[in-house]
Design a protein around this ligand. Sequence first.
Ligand code: RFL
Ligand code: PHB
Length: 391
Amino acid sequence: MRTQVAIIGGGPAGTLLSHVLRRAGIASVVLERQSRDYVLGRIRAGVLEWGSVEFLRANEVGDRMDAEGHVHDGTRIAWAGRDSFYIDIKKHVGSQFMAYGQTEIQKDLYDAGDRIGTEIVFDASDVEIHDITTGTPHVTYSANGDTARVDCDYVAACDGYHGVGRPTIPHDVLRTYEKVYPFGWLGILSETPPLPDLVYCNHPRGFALASMRNPMLSRYYVQCSLDDTVDEWPDERFWEELLIRLPEDTRDEVVTGPSIEKSIAPLRSFVAEPMRYGSLFLAGDAAHIVPPTGAKGLNLAISDVYYLSRALIHHYERADDRYLDNYSDMALRRVWSAVRFSWWLTLLLHRFPDQTEFDQRAQEAELEYLRSSHFAQASMCEQYAGLPFET
Ligand code: RFL
Ligand code: PHB
């Protein structure tokens, strides 16, 4: 098989890239290790920056998002059981965000792919990248017991944190930066009406977050120990803990019910540089991970695809490699800014096992500053809403 761009990973980054390229007449093949149903069953992100919303719209995969997603002007923050305060993002920076599940975006992308004829191979195992510095790379994989080969001009590794793309880059070229946090997030989905706003809470017993997917689907999280298992958290315990951590002004509004999904995710910050090696480009979680506190992971995957698709389109349509050559630097500027913001918000809102009384008081002072200062709120809003894409 011969194509122009071989894409490894059929998550949001890989499928969006193949979709945008296909619209520009550039051929690609996506190799996804899992089945389509498996990918669609993973519950993950729920918040889209406006730049992500506009990029999806511009590529005609935004209709259902616009019909079913929920536009928000701001978000709530609470601490130490006090009443929450509203941070009005629209007022401070003129931007909004959209609550729309990653699962739904993934479904929209697969459906759009069926319509416009993008090529996705599901259940592709043993993917390997070859000759990445030669200018004539190829990728091999196994499917249905056979081995297949894809010859291509470029390889885009959109294969997430545990993929094969990043380890293909030699150790003496790749530089990685990592911070692991000493807790996880236990998340549940329940078919109950959500609170009207997202509410982020810092409570003495740990962080909590109220979020949503649609008018009858709520998403809630509580900070938990890394040793905890889902079995140790029956629904009754989850709801009891969530209600303790939520501020009084929101507690009474929460409608509880049986969970339909429950999972624990560890929190990590991670960046790999550079995001290009020879003909290989990394995009999305393959190159970077952020703790979910800032709601940035999916948005970074989308902005990487924005930069990479533009670079490939300029290469094929105009023989202009300026954006390809700048891809790593340009993408990493946005990545580091989101990594810093996600780290900062994680420090502000969580209780750390080794937190001293000094740390505690400094954290409270910062929360008070955020509550009372227009400037602190504007800075947070600018980053939560997402920095603009570079031209
Ligand atoms: P993905 O989604 O991991 O997709 C990678 C795909 O590659 C496949 N794959 C392979 N395929 C072939 N061969 C191999 N060797 C392969 N190895 C892996 C995998 O099967 C998979 O299908 O990466 P991508 O596309 O870069 O997308 C990134 C996002 O999924 C991720 O950043 C977000 O979900 C993070 N995230 C959030 N991001 C936000 O922007 N807003 C949020 O509100 C938000 N909330 C979250 C989150 C992540 C969470 N978890 C579970 C970590 C909340 C949570 C709880
Ligand atoms: C979610 O709805 O899953 C969600 C929302 C906001 C975050 C993280 C996750 O910061």
